[in-house]
Design a protein around this ligand. Structure first.
Ligand code: MSP
Length: 517
């Protein structure tokens, strides 16, 4: 087996329940993962949880639970969440797992031996809520710090630092030479702008256990723990290592023959953690002697009703509540249809209901339902002879959808698919099969129309499968097909054979005229 298409997401902090932002990122990753599988690649999709750090420790304390117990209980909810959202993950990493912790320690040991760390005293400012050391650069012109840092305290302590200072030039060159390294383009320019205009400061990688103990003990300095970047980022290679990835294990002097995952093909992350992924992570990897990831894809942030998502103000979208009310595919559809990867988005309940009704219920649902119902009514549910009338439209939709998927333009891919949905609905209106059915002389024309409509439904199911896996399967079942929707790699017009008998028909997206306020 060769190198697999390895896609990762950010691993989420475990200090609450998953919200819209977390769900969005993983839906996008899942669409990419499913699309790549459908295009014939051997995909490995990893997501998981970032369980160390002060916020998790505090959240556990607030619930009066031992931290590990708090993490175990909550992690069960997050794992369940991946199932409810139908994520096709291949593994789920938790940074408190032994397989992850032992790998982090092995990497720290290796990097210490090769001189990448040094111990030094830090004297300066610290933001407890953001768990970040602040430098003079963070100071505003009036000498204060931005309110986002919360209460800023003075701190004087020893820590272990990772050398970044001399790594700037090769990284600039790497990003310049590899235009695909960061997507979208404007995020790549942001990283280049940052690297060209500022000197990198060395990275503080530890905390003294006297101040924080919920981290991974540093093997060469047991009075310290590491967390955040030398813990969280390393998940992308600790899981491959545990599974026996030969490339990753080689840096630890081990020879293994498990799945070939590294380098990652895509790290999907939010725009807020781009610097860590496009600057610090490549430098860490180079120090380890590992190849860099092929692509970092940075998505935008969601708001609701033009306000920041916030638990404290109650401005949240609970994905599970939405799914319970509208179905998992309605949620997946809305977030991908609304927002291309890159810009920020704004959730409104009215916008969600409007898309549900117009695009899912009246658009796709209606097309499938009336096409199959007419076949049942006029031809006892049996496919007539093959016809090519809508073949050019379907072929165009297939080619364009595949191209958009490869370009990470998922919203554009859905627009392409909906052009075919609209074409199908217009075709019903123009050919008026209900009139043709009344005229025996038009029997052959009715056969043609019915074949085209039902085959369009099949093509749509296959195109939609990465986005709306449950709906795609339902369409296939209603078509009387017992296989999963056809792969994008082979999809072509004419898959339904004359004489084929369709299955039970049921509405896909019942119209909701009075959505809850
Ligand atoms: N634990 C770190 C990531 C470590 S990756 C090695 C972290 N966790 S997080 O829970 O704060 O965020 C996880 C992901 O969710 C990030 O990619 C972040 O950008 C994304 N989002 C968090 N809030 C979001 C929105 N409101 N909208 C869209 N995505 C958002 O950062």
């Amino acid at each position: 087996m060769g190198k697999r298409f390895y896609i990762t997401t950010a691993i989420d902090y475990l200090n609450g329940q998953p919200h819209l932002g977390h769900a969005y990122e993983k839906v996008v990753a899942d669409v990419i993962a499913r699309a790549r599988r459908s295009l014939g690649e051997d995909v490995f999709f990893l997501t998981g949880l970032d369980e160390h750090g002060q916020k998790v420790q505090q959240a556990a304390a607030a619930e009066g639970k031992p931290v590990q117990k708090y993490c175990d209980d909550l992690a069960a909810d997050w794992k369940e969440f991946t199932k409810r959202l139908n994520f096709s993950i291949d593994d789920f990493v938790r940074t408190t797992e032994p397989r992850h912790k032992s790998f982090v320690q092995a990497i720290l040991t290796k990097l210490q031996a090769s001189g990448h760390f040094y111990k030094a005293q830090y004297e300066g400012y610290y933001s407890p809520i953001e768990e970040t050391l602040l430098t003079e650069k963070e100071r505003l012109t009036d000498g204060t710090f931005d309110p986002k840092w919360g209460e800023v305290i003075k701190l004087k302590e020893d820590n272990w630092w990772f050398k970044l200072k001399d790594e700037q030039q090769w990284l600039i060159k790497h990003i310049e030479d590899n235009p695909d390294f960061v997507y979208p383009d404007y995020r790549r320019n942001e990283v280049l702008g940052f690297l060209r205009s500022q000197h990198l400061e060395d990275l503080c990688t530890t905390r003294p256990i006297s101040r924080l103990n919920w981290g991974i003990p540093v093997p060469f300095a047991p009075e310290f723990v590491t967390y955040v970047w030398f813990d969280a980022l390393v998940n992308y290679i600790s899981v491959p290592a545990a599974l026996g990835d030969p490339v990753v294990n080689k840096v630890l002097g081990k020879s293994t023959d498990g799945p070939e995952l590294w380098p990652a093909d895509v790290h999907l992350i939010g725009k807020d953690i781009l610097k860590f992924h496009a600057v610090f992570w490549p430098i860490m990897l180079k120090a380890m002697g590992l190849p860099l990831p092929k692509k970092i894809v940075a998505h935008g942030w969601w708001q609701k009703d033009d306000q920041k998502l916030s638990k404290s103000t109650g401005n949240i979208v609970d994905p599970i509540a939405v799914i319970n009310e509208w179905g998992v595919d309605a949620f997946r559809f809305y977030v991908v249809r609304e927002l291309e990867i890159g810009p920020d988005g704004n959730w409104t309940d009215a916008g969600f209901a409007a898309r549900y009704n117009s695009e899912l219920a009246n658009g796709l649902g209606n097309l499938v339902n009336r096409s199959l119902s007419m076949l049942r009514r006029y031809r006892d549910g049996k496919l007539p002879a093959t016809s090519q009338e809508l073949a050019p439209d379907a072929t165009k939709a297939i080619t364009e959808t595949v191209a958009r998927l490869r370009e990470y333009r998922l919203k554009a891919a859905l627009e392409t698919i909906w052009a075919l949905v609209d074409r199908g609905n217009q075709y019903v209106d123009r050919t008026a099969p209900f009139k043709l059915a009344k005229d025996p002389a038009q029997a052959q024309r009715l056969d043609e129309v019915l074949y085209n409509l039902v085959e369009v439904c099949r093509v749509l199911a296959a195109l939609l499968a990465p986005f709306l896996p449950e709906t795609a399967q339902k369409i296939y079942t209603q078509l009387g097909l017992t296989t999963p929707p056809e792969s994008l790699s082979t999809l072509a017009w004419g898959g339904l054979k004359p004489g084929h008998q369709i299955g039970e028909i049921a509405p896909l997206f019942p119209r909701k005229d009075n959505p809850p306020a």
